[in-house]
Design a protein around this ligand. Structure first.
Ligand code: GRF
Length: 207
């Protein structure tokens, strides 16, 4: 099977991007990371891409007007014949057209067990602070396909971790990031091996 052409979209540090790069360099994923795109100029993920000789592209959402931004980002992936778009800490909402063109081919990682602590306003430490404040005993990470609603599409993988009484938002974030670094590359591996099938709200994973 030919390798799947992948774009990773980021807005920040890119530790999930690093986990993907590591697995790819280890030949564990039948994919080719063709471009890393950031909407933020100082996202460290751009530097990670450069270090690994992967094309890095800044489309600055601060300086580019909204419609133009959406046009540029869709062009960037279609021009490069990208087949899978991975959102790895990408803090912008993709527009309707992008989601239509890449239906069932956009994967996002969220640092909670969806449908808890997700949707509008739940990003970064706020997700973990909400879980700690609520007093849940379990939280975790979710990888899902992206549809037109925030953190809503069919779930591919989830993994939980227990909260200790003394956990803070920061300590929970660290625990969950470790899970994310396994879960996101695993979902990408399954996609690239053509093992994922979306059936309504569910994702079947073939053996
Ligand atoms: C992760 O917690 C991810 O789940 C969320 O944003 C964070 C990105 O972290 N969507 P990093 O940039 O990959 O280190």
């Amino acid at each position: 099977m030919p390798p799947i052409r992948i774009a990773v979209l980021i807005s920040g540090s890119g530790s999930n991007l690093q986990a993907i790069i590591d697995k790819m360099e280890n030949c564990e994923i039948n994919g080719e990371l063709v471009v890393v795109i950031s909407n933020k100029e100082h996202a460290y993920g751009l530097e990670r891409a450069r270090i690994h000789n992967i094309e890095s592209l800044l489309i600055d959402s601060k300086t580019v007007e909204h419609d133009e931004y959406n046009r540029l980002i869709l062009n960037a992936v279609t021009e490069r014949k990208v087949e899978l778009v991975v959102l790895a800490g990408y803090l912008k909402i993709l527009d309707k057209k992008f989601i239509e063109v890449y239906k069932d081919r956009i994967i996002n990682i969220h640092p909670s067990l969806i449908p808890s602590f997700c949707g509008k306003g739940f990003y970064g430490l706020k997700v973990h602070q909400s879980a700690v404040d609520y007093g849940v005993k379990l939280s975790g990470a979710t990888v899902h396909f992206v549809d037109e609603k925030e953190d809503n599409g069919p779930i591919i993988l989830q993994k939980s971790t227990a909260l200790d009484f003394d956990d803070t938002a920061e300590s929970l974030q660290r625990k969950i990031l470790d899970i994310e670094h396994e879960l996101l590359p695993e979902a990408i591996r399954l996609f690239c091996d053509r093992k994922l099938k979306v059936i309504g709200r569910k994702v079947s994973i073939s053996k």
